[in-house]
Design a protein around this ligand. Structure first.
Ligand code: COA
Ligand code: AMP
Length: 631
């Protein structure tokens, strides 16, 4: 038995022993009563009765324990030409003070706080300040539109929103404050207090009585101590795309999350405390929560917060510059970032301009890693490139090559094997296990390990329905794929209507809801088609109402703008085409899969259940008109 096999087997045969030991790496104000409460399946809780504070473990423990002067966070922002390093002591003090400012405005344990911010240190400070108070943060990605923010305000019902005057995208300054004001206006829940970080590139208009300036609020505040919370109390809610316009509020608890993330730093990423670790993502996504903010700090690493892009800030050497300048040992990003770099620097010429001697490993996740991109990165960087698979729901990797335990051979196209704690299986439509190499629904046998979602925010029925009902005794990942004879998992596609655009998870159902609201649209469908840079791109098909007299192009332009306004630029919805009818089965189900196959130029079988096969020709012609499909 290999070392990895041993660790994996023990994690499943003795989960309480396994995670109980892992939990010793943290500071507990009171030990747990039990490691795992399995008295109420299919719901499970980790470390019930345990009391701790996540911020204490991430900051104070190191600030007062020998890492006070070590850099905790390095903010590297090519878009503002700024580099600033914060030691553990400095970051702790800033967080304590900001927690004081929040507490002075009524935020306490269990209250929700929405954080709507660009990639600036204040975003991490706000998140950690919430953790310090036992308040529950909900970070909303800056690329979402006001109505998406409003939906989250209505679901989370925050006591406060922390925001900034603007974000910076290449070529434009994105004013956040008007979006925030609009969202507050749209939301039914009334937000009484906002704290806004003013950035010099665009200053925000403040609403008297409601909005407070970050600097003034922090300067006037008393530092606040860590508030002990139960391991099972929520640390955050992170909304992610579901199959409708109503996003799912993924809940993360304090104890299980801290234990799993702390454990993962050595065992998966193989980094030692003190090393510089860089996740090039955004705090608005789960990768940013886990591997920009929490895991590196829990483990005593230096985390890099990068406000820039892989290309264009200023060139495709940006990543190598950051790695060499801050002595990064391990980097984590999405394959799409590497496709963007490769597109602009196919030979990897920029790599040679930098000293990457400290760089040991590249980790990729967020979307399927195509073998071509993997091999290019391996060849150009000459370090192991590790694909790993996870979801907002889990908070850390379900499958990975766990370098700190034992490096397994890499198989391109596979995120390797189930990580310790995860019992991953593939089932057919009837819920029966399939054989090696056979495709089916990828599921996880319950209980899942610490950090995985205990529920959806105030929606336990939806939690059970969405994840636990279809395959009783298992968590349904929503991904389809297979496991080969060596236990390697291959994640091939989603089983629902979620698409993955530049590593961002989006719901085509939500886009369809927007298109359907256009006055001239009778019916519509959105499918994700293959894109060489972003992996997938959404394409809309519109059937117009009888009597719609305006030009097709005009209507297409309007729906594109509607998606941008209502979901946000991150949806990258720029392509739509008008068709006479949509292909459907005789029972009226839209054949989205066939439309996607046509768009991708794949061979497809005309579904036996189609009501009128002639429609497929029309679809093919329309797609050709916008540059998709064969020929
Ligand atoms: N605030 C406001 N707007 C944002 C935004 C933010 N935080 N993030 C993205 N946007 C906007 C972009 O400016 C773009 O707008 P545009 O339509 O006016 O051009 C739009 O949303 C789409 O963004 P994106 O899909 O990211 O495309 P891009 O062309 O700007 O960049 C990549 C492409 C590949 C360079 C970029 O997606 C990237 O760096 N990805 C890295 C992977 C990553 O972060 N994954 C997250 C999970 S690990
Ligand atoms: P998110 O919740 O935004 O992290 O998106 C999770 C989804 O992204 C998963 O359910 C997969 O569909 C996809 N995904 C993430 N990582 C990988 C990977 N390494 N390989 C294949 N798909 C992935």
């Amino acid at each position: 038995m290999s070392r990895f096999d041993e660790v994996q087997a023990r994690s499943l045969s003795d989960p309480e022993g396994f995670w109980g030991e892992a939990a010793q790496g943290l500071h507990w104000d009171k030990p747990w009563d039990r490691v795992l409460d399995d008295s109420n399946p299919p719901l499970y809780r980790w470390f019930p009765g345990g009391v701790l504070n996540t911020c204490y473990n991430a900051l104070d423990r190191h600030a007062d324990g020998g890492r006070g002067e070590q850099a905790a966070l390095i903010y590297d922002s090519p878009v503002t030409d700024t580099i600033r390093s914060y030691s553990y002591r400095e970051l702790r003090d800033l967080v304590a003070r900001f927690a004081g400012a929040m507490a002075a405005r009524g935020v306490g344990k269990g209250d929700r706080v929405i954080v709507y911010m660009p990639m600036i240190p204040e975003a991490a400070i706000a998140m950690l300040a919430c953790a310090r108070l036992g308040a529950i943060h909900s970070v909303v990605f800056g690329g979402f539109a006001a109505s998406e923010l409003a939906t989250r305000i209505d679901d989370a019902k925050p006591k406060m929103i922390v925001s900034a005057s603007c974000g910076i995208e290449p070529g434009r300054v994105v004013a956040y404050k008007p979006l925030l004001d609009k969202a507050i206006e749209l939301a039914g829940h009334k937000v009484e207090t906002c704290i806004v970080k003013q950035r010099p590139m665009a200053r925000a208009e403040m609403t008297a009585g409601r909005d407070h300036d970050w600097e003034e609020a922090a300067a006037a505040a008393e530092p606040h101590d860590c508030v002990p919370v139960l391991a099972t109390d929520p640390l955050y809610i992170l909304y992610t795309s579901g199959t409708t316009g109503q996003p799912k509020g993924i809940v993360r608890d304090n104890g299980g999350h801290a234990v799993a993330l702390h454990w993962s730093m050595k065992n998966i990423y193989d980094v030692e405390p003190g090393e510089a670790y860089w996740a090039a993502s955004d705090v608005g996504w789960v990768v940013g929560h886990s591997y920009i903010v929490y895991a590196p700090l829990l483990h005593g690493n230096t985390s890099i917060m990068y406000e820039g892009k892989p290309v264009g800030t200023p060139d495709p050497g940006a990543f190598w510059r950051v790695i060499s300048q801050h002595g990064v040992s391990t980097m984590f990003t999405a394959p799409t970032a590497f496709r963007a770099i490769r597109q602009q620097d196919p030979e990897g010429a920029f790599i040679g301009n930098y000293d990457l001697s400290k760089f040991r490993t590249l980790f990729l996740a967020g979307e399927r890693c195509d073998p071509d991109t993997l091999h290019w990165a391996e060849e150009k960087l000459q370090v192991p490139v590790i694909d790993h698979w996870w979801q907002t729901e889990t908070g850390w990797a379900i499958a990975a090559n766990c370098l700190g335990i034992e490096k397994l051979p890499v198989k391109a196209g596979s995120p390797t094997r189930a990580a310790p704690g995860w019992n991953v299986q593939v089932l057919d439509n009837e819920g029966r296990p399939v054989g090696p190499g056979d495709i089916g629904a990828i599921v996880v046998k319950l209980p899942m390990p610490p950090s995985s979602l205990p529920t959806l925010w105030q929606a336990e029925d939806r939690f059970r329905q969405a994840y636990l009902t279809e395959y009783p005794g298992y968590y349904q990942t929503g991904d389809a794929g297979y496991i080969d004879e060596d236990g390697y998992i291959f994640v091939m596609s989603r089983t629902d209507d979620i698409i993955n655009v530049a590593g961002h998870r989006l719901s085509t159902g939500a886009m369809e809801e927007v298109l359907a609201a256009h006055p001239d649209v009778a019916e519509c469908a959105v499918v994700g088609v293959h894109d060489t840079l972003k992996g997938q791109l959404p394409v809309g098909f519109l059937v117009l109402k009888a009597g719609a007299e305006r030009e097709d192009a005009e209507i297409v332009k309007e729906v594109v703008q509607m998606v941008r306004n209502q979901i946000g630029p991150v949806a990258a919805f720029k392509l739509a085409t008008v068709v006479k009818r949509l292909p459907k089965t005789r029972s009226g189900k839209i054949l989205r899969g066939t439309m996607r196959q046509i768009a991708d130029g794949e061979d497809y079988k005309v579904p036996a259940t189609i009501d009128d096969p002639a429609i497929l020709e029309e679809i093919t012609d329309s797609l050709r008109g916008i540059g998709y499909g064969a020929g």
